[in-house]
Design a protein around this ligand. Structure first.
Ligand SMILES: [Zn+2]
Ligand SMILES: [Zn+2]
Length: 348
């Protein structure tokens, strides 16, 4: 028997034995299904639809496919082979958290890169070749427990810092699954959300990632070394920023000192650290107060010098200040826009 034939039989047996474990797909009749078979001549069998859960479990046991996909989009005619005639009805909001897209320290141990331009190689996840500064890098990536742990933490942040408090999403509408790669997919199955346009989905992505955040719109102003603005009574991003500063101020002095001095964090000099620690309790009182909303923190401005917008992509970016707080809060995600009609919801 060929290896492929053997694997197919194993999968058929697996699906047969684990029939009761196969997750039920919500609104199954309105979704398009796709399967990657073991036969390498076919890339994917698409435009398939199923009437109910029993018919899909039977298909899996009969065919034992290698990969199974169902669309995030809902259609009146999911099996129509012409996308324009499927009659699109909406799409679940799917958020992808994948450690491939952001830096984690464990990558220094298990990810390799090679520069096609100058031939230099090394470990980690550089944006460009540290030697010739070109972008033509070939990478070999790996996944470890730490990677998955970091991705899980991002999911927890996404749920409890954003989706539930800011968007009032009900936990019962949320499904989370391993993405089959280095992370997780979080799917929101809710009728209002399904109707969102591509632009509206991008707006949500911007909000979650703190992209183009405007401190001015949040009510923060910097005048003559003082910061005026938000109090803890605020909500949304204002609240998150204040809460993060409060958490920071509640840490023991020696930990604050280390963080402020750490060149990868705030990179403060000794005098600034001293002055910051002298005002630690005052600052805490100020941000906890409902009335006072002016704080003076030496060396601590709204924006890094000369920077008008906030965008951090790498923790080695040596910029300090308020914007760095944003960096510690935002979610590292990508959102599939509704144009992506057949999405990658791996059935795991
Ligand atoms: Zn190079
Ligand atoms: Zn790792």
């Amino acid at each position: 028997m060929s290896d492929i034939g053997y694997l197919k039989r194993l999968f058929q047996a697996y699906y047969k034995e684990n029939r009761s474990e196969i997750p039920v797909v919500n609104l199954i009749k309105e979704r398009e299904f796709g399967f990657v078979p073991w036969d390498k001549r076919t890339i994917m069998n698409r435009h398939l639809s199923f009437k109910n859960h029993e018919s899909i479990t039977k298909y899996l046991a009969d065919e034992g496919p290698r990969h199974v996909y169902s669309s995030g989009a809902l259609y009146l005619e999911p099996d129509n082979i012409d996308m324009d005639n499927k009659e699109y009805q909406g799409c679940d909001l799917i958020i992808d958290i994948d450690v491939d897209h952001f830096y984690t320290t464990c990558k220094e141990d298990h990810d390799l890169w090679y520069c096609k331009e100058c031939g230099k190689s090394g470990k980690g996840m550089p944006d460009k070749c540290p030697n010739c500064k070109k972008l033509k890098l070939k990478t070999v990536t790996w996944i470890c427990e730490d990677c998955l742990e970091i991705a899980k933490n991002e999911i927890i942040k996404l749920l409890y810092n954003f989706l539930i408090p800011d968007f009032n999403i009900n936990v019962k509408d949320i499904k989370i699954a391993f993405s089959g790669h280095r992370g997780y997919h979080l799917k929101i199955e809710n009728n209002k959300i399904r109707k969102l346009s591509g632009n509206e989905r991008r707006d949500i992505a911007d909000y979650l990632t703190g992209e183009n955040i405007s401190f001015e719109l949040l009510g923060l102003q910097e005048k003559g070394g003082n910061i005026f603005g938000i109090s803890k009574m605020a909500f949304g991003w204002s609240y998150k920023i204040i809460k993060r500063i409060e958490e920071f101020l509640l840490k023991p002095k020696d930990i604050i000192e280390n963080l402020l001095m750490d060149e990868k964090q705030f990179n403060f000099n000794k005098n600034l650290v001293k002055s910051f620690l002298n005002y630690q309790d005052d600052l805490l009182n100020t941000i906890r107060s409902e009335n006072k909303n002016m704080w003076t923190i030496e060396g601590f401005g709204l924006f890094p010098e000369h920077q008008k917008s906030v965008k951090y992509t790498h923790p080695y970016n040596k910029k300090v200040d308020f914007a760095r707080i944003v960096y510690s809060i935002y979610i590292r995600i990508s959102i599939f826009s509704s144009e992506l009609r057949v999405h990658i919801w791996t059935w795991k």
